[in-house]
Write a protein that binds this ligand. Structure first.
Ligand code: GCO
Length: 413
């Protein structure tokens, strides 16, 4: 059995942030200046098309979030809308995102804004994307423009979402654009993203200072899995150690060393079972055991549901001594009661970490709405709110109503 955690009193700290997360490309629709747009069509996957038409329907979606007692919401800005051609910044699009953020604030919902969530402008991709070392200054310039415009309205920022997932899916597994398989390129991409975060972080703080605004809180959203060895063999122990170093702590250590980490954004979904069958680099970097040694429930994409792993991850992060926000945690399923179970069990795991001194300050469920799940298209259903993509009709799920009680009271019954 995967879930075996039992607790008595489940009360979360005062001022805890409660809400959900989305990303622009996955919900807005019609992001035709982004690199995923031509790629979806080229590979013949389900295209993102109108998605949830959130670009226009955001007031209605935020009304729903408000009615569900959310006091925080994570969203992202689509770089390709702001800068569709290199160096050309569109004031109308910047204003759009100001309006979006003000719409949240008007509903008493604290925004957390992500500047890069997997997609790039087409021009940026055509000039080598993150492989090119000029990516750092290009991203810096975009962030500079956006921060100057949005600083008065935003406190919490994520510069880059899941650098390790972007780098590995695009450059190790070749599953996402530009579909390359090269360890060297992966390393270059990862290094450029790390360096970009550090530079942008310091520039953003400087902008807030120049504008005489109180200090913002800036981080990355880090994808973290519970890395669990199937046996205690030397090979497995090494693999766990190396993977945690490469994919979990490496980037956090570097940005903490450069004093560019105000909090940690944790995206947690699942565990990874480690049972290596060889000593090759591929075994160490990404071999995942398929033998189901300790079976547990799975989501509709086949990912193990492993709530106690979130506790383990949080304990591992305690050493950084900064606040932690769960910036994503969610389940895709067609059985909504599984969603509520999932949320409940993960909240228990978070509470256990809090009761042991881990400074978790918020929980943002992935996702507010069913949405475009990248290469998987619209099939996986992660939303608190169900989408009918034919009619664009939204339906609040029962799990969302149960979660709303926790959002309101800070108590998990
Ligand atoms: C990610 C992304 C989201 C996904 C979510 C479910 O973290 O991978 O931030 O865009 O949709 O994680 O897979």
């Amino acid at each position: 059995m995967c879930s075996d955690i039992i607790f008595a009193m489940i009360q979360f700290p005062k001022n805890f942030l409660w809400g959900a997360a989305t990303s622009a490309y996955q919900v807005e629709g019609n992001n035709f200046n982004s690199d995923w747009w031509p790629w979806e069509k080229a590979i013949g996957k389900q295209p993102s098309g109108d998605a949830c038409r959130h670009y226009n329907l955001y007031p209605q979606d935020f009304d729903l979030a408000q009615s569900l007692n959310h006091n925080a919401h994570r969203l992202s800005i689509e770089w390709a809308r702001i800068e569709p051609r290199e160096g050309e910044f569109l004031q109308t699009e910047i204003q759009h995102y100001i309006d979006v953020i003000l719409a949240l604030r008007a509903r008493g919902i604290e925004p957390m804004v992500t500047l890069h969530h997997f997609t790039n402008p087409i021009w940026f991709s055509q000039s080598g994307a993150w492989e090119n070392k000029r990516s750092v200054e290009r991203f810096f310039r975009y962030c500079d423009v956006v921060t100057k415009a949005l600083a008065p309205y935003v406190h919490y920022w994520i510069t880059i979402n899941e650098p390790s997932i972007y780098a590995s899916h695009s450059y190790i597994f070749g599953a996402w654009p530009p579909q390359i398989k090269s360890y060297w390129k992966t390393k270059a991409v990862y290094d450029h993203m790390t360096w970009a975060h550090i530079q942008v972080y310091h520039r953003m703080h400087q902008i807030y200072q120049e504008m005489k605004l109180s200090k913002p809180a800036i981080s990355i959203a880090q994808h973290l899995q519970a890395v669990v060895p199937c046996t205690d063999s030397l090979r497995n122990r090494w693999a766990v150690k190396l993977r945690k170093k490469w994919f979990h702590f490496g980037i956090l250590d570097t940005i903490a060393r450069h004093k560019a980490l105000d909090f940690i954004g944790v995206n947690y979904y699942s565990r990874q079972m480690v049972d290596l069958t060889g000593w090759g680099p591929g075994n160490f970097v990404h071999e995942v055991c398929q033998n189901n040694h300790t079976p547990c429930r799975k989501n509709s994409l086949g990912w193990d549901i492993y709530p106690q792993g979130l506790y383990l991850v949080l304990k591992d992060l305690q050493k950084y001594n900064v606040p932690i926000f769960i910036t994503e945690n969610g389940i895709c399923t067609l059985e909504d009661n599984e969603r509520w179970e999932f949320i409940k069990e993960h909240l228990k795991s978070i509470h256990k970490a809090i009761s042991e001194g881990v400074d978790v300050q918020g929980y943002l469920y992935w996702s507010l709405l069913d949405n475009f799940e990248w290469a998987e298209g619209f099939v996986p259903r992660f939303g608190l709110i169900a989408m009918n993509y034919d009619t664009q009709e939204r339906t609040v799920r029962e799990s969302a109503r149960k979660y709303a009680v926790v959002c309101k009271t800070g108590i998990l019954q």
